[in-house]
Design a protein around this ligand. Structure first.
Ligand code: SAM
Ligand code: SF4
Length: 341
């Protein structure tokens, strides 16, 4: 009997805990035009450029994941929009949006280059972006980012909204730094029609400051917001780790990402790829797989798929971050700017 030949769809990626991997976060550079105090040390050593995946390799890698069921790609860094020629990658990934294979391409950015790129991002099918902004106070902004210019970021946010992009503002909760500003940030973001999310500092990479001096648990941040606002639980999910409420007074959505006080791993659907093609199955664990070698070893994707499959089969159940006075070493040696936030 003749069995008709049919192209078999590759099986989607499912980890040992039954979690389907449908989301990849891709760091396209470890470089940045800021030096945020919780993210980088002031004199960071960056990777030699030749170690980075080319834009074509990044596209091939993303496309291999799309072929295995990835529905959402977040481009991050370092600062993704400082990578030379980065719009080429957005342009080429847009074919997967047009074909319906991908639901979403999103970006996490510090906003410094948005005025230049917002319109083209929207043209490439990007609909939502995250902008990281921890304060609206110019001096504090300088103190936190060391090299950043608040005016440029605000102009970038204006340009992104004009281009029709939906923005979520992400702010890291920093003890003694933006504590007093939290209600103002919420009112400002919601007043401009933007969702807002607070994030707990994570112990990633060596920085000058002690983590414990930066760490402000969101339980405390939330308690302080409750003195001012009424929060209503809502059933809103973005597939990410944030838990959302609606602030009654502003009508806006407010998210909390609490890796330290509440472990968010059980619903994890994502993996991360660095700009050198290292696949991390968990933000908070060291285990990784090199995807650059199989990418470069063969023009077809069999080898690459094989390495990806074996890596997903090792995805751990969760992270085990700790911040306390006795833990002097970062829980994870690599900086957030390497793994991609
Ligand atoms: N440069 C872009 C930006 O700042 O949005 C993208 C990369 S950045 C590493 C991504 C996110 O990680 C930012 O929102 C930043 O605030 C956050 N981040 C960096 N280091 C962190 C840390 N140690 N703990 C928690 N969040 C961190
Ligand atoms: Fe750069 Fe983003 Fe890290 Fe700040 S948080 S130093 S903007 S990568």
């Amino acid at each position: 009997m003749n069995i008709p030949l049919k192209t078999l769809e590759p099986a989607p990626l499912v980890d040992p805990f039954g979690r389907a991997i449908t989301y990849i976060r891709v760091s396209v550079t470890d470089r940045c035009d800021f030096r945020c105090v919780y993210c980088m040390s002031e004199d960071m050593n960056f990777l030699p450029k030749q170690d980075l995946l080319t834009l074509e390799e990044l596209d091939r890698l993303c496309s291999a994941f799309v072929a295995r069921g990835t529905r959402k790609i977040r481009i991050t860094g370092g600062e993704p929009l400082v990578r030379r020629g980065i719009m080429t990658l957005f342009r080429s990934l847009s074919r997967h949006l047009e074909s319906g294979a991908l639901e979403e391409v999103t970006v996490t950015t510090n906003g410094s280059q948005l005025a230049k790129h917002a319109k083209e991002l929207a043209d490439c099918g990007v609909k939502r972006i995250n902008v990281s902004l921890d304060t609206l106070d110019e001096d504090k902004f300088k103190a936190i980012t060391r090299w950043g210019d608040l005016g440029k970021v605000l102009a970038g946010i204006d340009a992104a909204q004009e281009a029709g992009l939906t923005i979520k503002i992400n702010a890291v909760a920093l003890k003694g730094v933006n504590e007093d500003e939290v209600p103002r940030l919420v009112e400002w973001a919601h007043g401009r029609g933007m969702d807002m999310t607070f994030i707990e500092v994570m112990p990633l990479g060596d920085i000058e400051a002690a983590r414990v001096d930066q760490y402000w648990p969101l339980t405390q941040l939330k308690a302080s917001l409750l003195e001012r606002f009424t929060m209503e639980d809502i059933d809103y999910q973005t597939g990410g780790p944030a838990r959302y409420v609606r602030v009654k007074e502003t009508g806006g959505r407010l998210g909390f990402i609490t890796p330290m006080t509440h472990n968010f791993c059980e619903g994890c659907n994502r993996v991360r790829v660095t700009c050198t093609g290292t696949l991390y199955m968990c933000l908070g664990q060291e285990d990784a797989a090199d995807l650059r070698a199989p990418l470069r070893a063969s023009p077809t994707d069999e080898l690459l798929n094989d390495v990806i499959e074996r890596a997903i089969a090792r995805k751990p159940k969760g992270h085990d971050f700790v911040i306390d006075r006795t833990t002097k070493q970062p829980a994870i040696g690599r900086h957030m700017s390497v793994t991609g936030g």
